[in-house]
Design a protein around this ligand. Structure first.
Ligand code: SAM
Length: 202
């Protein structure tokens, strides 16, 4: 085990506790296992993460794959915490953090870079738009991993969603329809925790 892997395992419980206490959503354990398995299978070197929060999944991705990670977050307090976490682990040099709105930044980064792994985990109503924006920059054989695709279980089936969740559910169903395009992706959706999808670009 590398020094970074040791430090990540020592420090993670404290950051998981911060997330719990401050109600900051971070990836759950089974979904994290799926995320890391998908990233390793892709042998990714250039990762885009949309939704950093306190840098928990960023750290696991960077440490366990050795890839460079571009990550986007609009909350500066969360991003400051994330930077501290990465510094403590010793991986800051491989992570480019972008503070701002993913609606604007995803398109910009996708124009300037290519990626072989994209983790979508920000605004749940925007997944379909993020997918459209990153698709041209995603290498063939590269993968998109999306968390919370069943969104509280409301996305499954075609039941009419409650009013306050209508936009997210409608847009998430549109996202699922897009990733099920068999000409573009090889997709697996896991019914784990809040639902996760892995789509490999064909
Ligand atoms: C689920 S959390 C990310 C968790 C992180 N990926 C992890 O597992 O450790 C989603 C984050 O996306 C951020 N976010 C939501 N909408 C955003 C937007 N439009 N632009 C940038 N960040 C956004 C939120 O502030 C929040 O911190």
């Amino acid at each position: 085990m590398t020094e970074c892997q040791k430090r990540l395992r020592e420090l993670s419980p404290a950051y998981e506790a911060v997330a719990r206490e401050e109600h900051i959503p971070v990836i759950r354990p089974e979904s994290l296992k799926l995320l890391l398995a998908a990233a390793k299978k892709t042998k990714c070197r250039r990762v885009l993460e949309i939704g950093t929060a306190i840098g928990y999944s960023t750290a696991w991705l960077a440490v366990e794959t050795g890839a460079a990670v571009d990550t986007i977050e609009r909350d500066c307090t969360r991003l400051d915490r994330a930077k501290k976490f990465w510094q403590e682990i010793g991986i800051s040099g491989r992570i480019n953090a972008y503070l701002g709105d993913a609606d604007e930044l995803v398109g910009r980064l996708a124009k300037e870079n290519t990626y072989d792994f994209v983790f979508i985990d920000a605004a749940k109503s925007r997944y379909s738009d993020y997918l459209d924006a990153v698709y041209p920059s995603l290498e063939k054989g590269g993968a998109v991993f999306a968390d919370n695709v069943y969104y509280l279980g409301l996305v499954k089936g075609d039941a009419y969603p409650p009013h306050k969740h209508r936009t997210i559910v409608t847009n998430m169903r549109a996202f699922l329809a897009k990733i099920n395009d068999k000409e573009k992706f090889y997709t697996t959706v896991y019914d784990t925790e809040d639902g996760t999808a892995v789509c490999v670009k064909l």
